[in-house]
Every structure is written in structure tokens, then in C-alpha cells.
Write a protein that binds this ligand. Structure first.
Ligand code: NAI
Length: 245
């Protein structure tokens, strides 16, 4: 029970990596605020079945006012937020020449601005509490780049700079900020990959397979736990060895 009496807010919690993190946190004692475009009520019920409290909210993270209201409601309900996981993310791929302005803006608004809105909203209660954990879900694509994903790569690289800056701003108040860069994880997001693309990809992954959402959740649990109290401003890859420094 590494997160006993903690309250965690997870964005994009309805499925995939966000859902795995929420379940891992709840199994380890955390109460959970679950945000997604449509309220993740079924997940909230699963979490209540573990004896934890859960609040499911329908919020578009690209809507700054909606995010602020959601955080206020969460604090009203649970009294505090100890852990924020900025996980909500989308892709809308296309080569630069064909990429529409809306395609660029929507991906940046959800993946990068969404994290800014949520972080800004939780920073106040965390500063008051003199402690907190912020975990940003980036991507190996933000480190490597990828043809056809300029918008997604820019948003995920942006999250890494955001992570380091906020870690420097909030460190003196006991708040740690770290990023996770997953590689290719089996979720709805990667289900669209063609068999050819998957085979080519597997050839580049030393561990020779896609990851599971739970592989990311294990690290997210550690970063939220007491054992990670002296770690901030870092990026950790969960990618089967795809990216090595
Ligand atoms: P997914 O598509 O399975 O789930 C995304 C979740 O985000 C859903 O619950 C959806 O409702 C929510 N969401 C999307 N737009 C939202 C918005 N505007 N407001 C609120 N919630 C929103 O995706 P997956 O694979 O679980 O990805 C989660 C995160 O991990 C994303 O940030 C993604 O970029 C990142 N990631 C995923 C990788 C993968 O291989 N699956 C690899 C690297 C990073």
C-alpha cells in the first residue's frame, strides 16, 4: 500500500495507459479522480470495489476553464490532490506538407496545453500542502521524432521541457515533476498500426515486443511513491530498449 491516504488525479483515464495507472494507484491505496472526454464511470466503480473513493469527470483537457473547475470540484470532494498524472493524449498524423492547421493545433492543445492547464490548477493546492507529485506522459516520439508526426512529436518534446522547468520552479516546495516516455505500448492508440509497421518496429526494439499499459503503470507507481522523493526533472523510458542515450 504505497499510496495509502493519497489522492491522485489522472487525465485520459478511461482506457489504455491512464486506466492502468489509475487501477495501480487504487490497488496501492490511492483515491482517484478520473478525467476523460466521457466520464469513466465503469472504472470508478472498479476502483470503489477496492474500497477506494473515486470521482469520474467528463472534461476536455484542452478546455482550460473546464480543467480548473474539475480540479476545484476534486479538491472540494477529497480535500487535496497529492498526485497528478498528465496522461490524456491524442495523435492526428500527417506529413507536414498536408498537415492542416487544425490538426497541428488540436494535438498541441490536448497533449501540451492540457498538461499546462492541469498542472497550473493542481499547483495551488500542492503548494499549500508543501508537497506533491506530477508525472507527465511524454513519448519516445518526442525524443526521436517520426515522419508524419510533427505535431505529436512537438507536443511530447514540449512536455519534456515543461517537466524540467516546473521541476525547477516547484522543487523547493517539495513537489517533484518527472516524465515517462513510453515506447510502443499495446493500446487503442497503437492498434491502428499496420502489420508491416509493427514488424518493422519490433526489429528496432531490443526486447522484441510491444509493451503493456501495466509496464508504464509500474513506473508511474514508483514515481508517485515515497521511494522516489529525491527524483525530479527526469525522463524515464519504458520502451523495451528502443531509445538508449
Ligand atoms: P488511448 O487512446 O488508449 O487513451 C487516451 C485516453 O485519453 C482516453 O481515455 C481518452 O478519453 C483520453 N483523452 C483523449 N483526448 C482527451 C481530451 N481532450 N480530454 C480528456 N481526455 C482525453 O491512448 P494510450 O495509448 O493509453 O495513451 C495514453 C498516453 O500515453 C497518451 O498521452 C499517449 O500519447 C501516450 N503514449 C502512448 C504510447 C502507446 O504506444 N500507446 C506510446 C507513447 C506515449
Amino acid at each position: 500500500m504505497q499510496l495509502e491516504n493519497k489522492v491522485a488525479l489522472i487525465t485520459g483515464a478511461r482506457r489504455g495507459i491512464g486506466r492502468a495507472i489509475a487501477l495501480k494507484y487504487a490497488q496501492n491505496g490511492a483515491d482517484c479522480v478520473l478525467i476523460a472526454r466521457s466520464a469513466p464511470e465503469e472504472l470508478a466503480d472498479e476502483i470503489r470495489a477496492f474500497g477506494r473513493r473515486a470521482l469520474a469527470l467528463a472534461v476536455d483537457v484542452a478546455d482550460a476553464d473546464a480543467v480548473e473547475t474539475a480540479v476545484k470540484n476534486a479538491v472540494k470532494e477529497f480535500g487535496k490532490i497529492d498526485i497528478l498524472v498528465n496522461n490524456a493524449g491524442i495523435n492526428d498524423d500527417g506529413l507536414l506538407i498536408r498537415m492542416k492547421l487544425e490538426q497541428w493545433q488540436r494535438v498541441l492543445n490536448v497533449n501540451l496545453s492540457g498538461a499546462f492547464y492541469a498542472t497550473k490548477a493542481v499547483a495551488r493546492p500542492m503548494l499549500k500542502a508543501e508537497g506533491g507529485r506530477i508525472i507527465n506522459i511524454s513519448s519516445v516520439i518526442g525524443q526521436m521524432g517520426n515522419a508524419g508526426q510533427a505535431n505529436y512529436a512537438a507536443s511530447k518534446a514540449g512536455l519534456l521541457g515543461f517537466t524540467k522547468s516546473i521541476a525547477k520552479e516547484l522543487g523547493s516546495r517539495g513537489i517533484t515533476v518527472n516524465a515517462i516516455a513510453p515506447g510502443f505500448i499495446s493500446t487503442d492508440m497503437t492498434a491502428e498500426l499496420s502489420d508491416e509497421a509493427k514488424t518493422a518496429l519490433l526489429g528496432q526494439i531490443p526486447l522484441g515486443k510491444l509493451g503493456e499499459a501495466d509496464d508504464v503503470a509500474h513506473l508511474a507507481l514508483f514515481l508517485a511513491s515515497e521511494g522516489a522523493r529525491y527524483i525530479t526533472g527526469q525522463t524515464f523510458n519504458v520502451d523495451g530498449g528502443l531509445v538508449m542515450d
